[in-house]
Ligand binder design. Sequence first.
Ligand code: C2E
Ligand code: CA
Ligand code: CA
Length: 443
Amino acid sequence: MVELFPKDVRSQPGLDRLTGLPDRGECLSRLISTLAQHHGRDDAVSVFWLNVDRFRQINNSFGHIVGDSVLIELARRLERAKPDGSVLARMGADEFVLIASCVGADDAEHIGRNLLTAIGQALGVGTRRVRPSASIGIALVGSEDSASELLERADRAMLEAKREGGGRCSLVNPQAVQAHGSKHLAREELSVEEMLHRALETGGLYLEYQPIVRAEDRSILAVESLMRCRVGDGVIPPGRFIPVAEKTGLIMHLGDWGLVTAGGFVRRLAQQGQHLKVAVNVSRAQLQTTSFTKSLHGMLAYTGIEAAQMELEITESLFMDASTVVQDNLRAAMEAGVSLALDDFGTGFSSLACLKDLPAHKIKLDRAFVVGLPNDRRAFSVAKAVAQLASDLGITVVAEGVETAEQYESLCEAGVTAIQGFHVAHPMGEAQLLNWLSTLNHD
Ligand code: C2E
Ligand code: CA
Ligand code: CA
């Protein structure tokens, strides 16, 4: 592959060492001066933020030297395809920015398509031929835009293009005001998304199980499966990766995987003579698709477990969701014999009165009502009222996040049916849980 510029040029300040293109800092200063020149003129400035799709895979499969030569080749293609008088810069890694003057959205999209075509030509990588692709975000200048605002908007649009599958352009107009800090959030999301993909590829996804015990005698009632994502030496908590998975659609993958894995665990236990119920958390995005019922039926058929050994944990607002898809999915689950638990009860807006209309078999009293016990008498009253009403309706109440013996006692006094929390047991891996169950059986 041909290098863009001779080496002596590439070591100049303001130029990227690999490609010889203007670097990040130089890009920003050129954009500032372009905006100043265009001020008050009719022709608009547009900024194209380009990110190579799946570049990490090329780097991982062929090594960094090949990865570098791919970047040099792509830079060369972009340089050839860009309009006369425009500025192409490398922002770092596999990201490029083009600053061009153009008259409007159509014009900008035309330029974007040309860049994508240039990038998409087949390319020899090692012994293989690959067709690279890229995601491009386009921002058109608004009258009050600063250089960094324009770059942020283009970057954000690029993430949008990537989210839609890559190999495309996405354009934002000046009216699309972004919330403060949204760029940072988008970046964080993209990195979590990348980690999730990596975990899916490398088997880094796993479940932990946390016991739920009967309040009266601490015998096991069920376990809740909690998803974990290991990347390298670290573990990303579900509070961070579930929302990203929901946004990007990856949750379908994760959700199906979670159902089958939890079901498989229940089957293995049953084969050893232990009959346990597992509760699986289900997110909004899952329940809002018609394929959820298929996944649930598929899991039951595949694992061969009894439907009664599976429970779905669903938040209040989802239970209340009036959409036909959600309601159909809930009904289908119940008809199959799978029970439903209302998760995080008390954190939503529903009142106690709603309980009588909900098809829940179990409600999980949120940790917010547990943390202040035994001293918080108001929380105690709520726990007691919920327990009383649920008992009248034939619904089981589980108190979540129980950390101390005092909380445990107070909840027993309030009349809750079951307890879950670090005081009883932390979430644990399969082998550890089997151990824990065996100590329970010997007590
Ligand atoms: P959640 O469903 O309310 O799960 C209970 C959370 O409380 C878990 O956090 C659990 O580790 C934690 N916990 C349990 N006992 C105690 C305690 O005594 N004290 C305290 N402070 N915390 C306790 P985790 O595992 O980080 O999960 C957080 C949330 O992520 C879950 O909240 C659930 O909404 C979601 N999640 C976890 N796994 C899945 C999954 O497989 N699918 C979906 N859709 N969501 C999941
Ligand atoms: Ca839960
Ligand atoms: Ca909960």
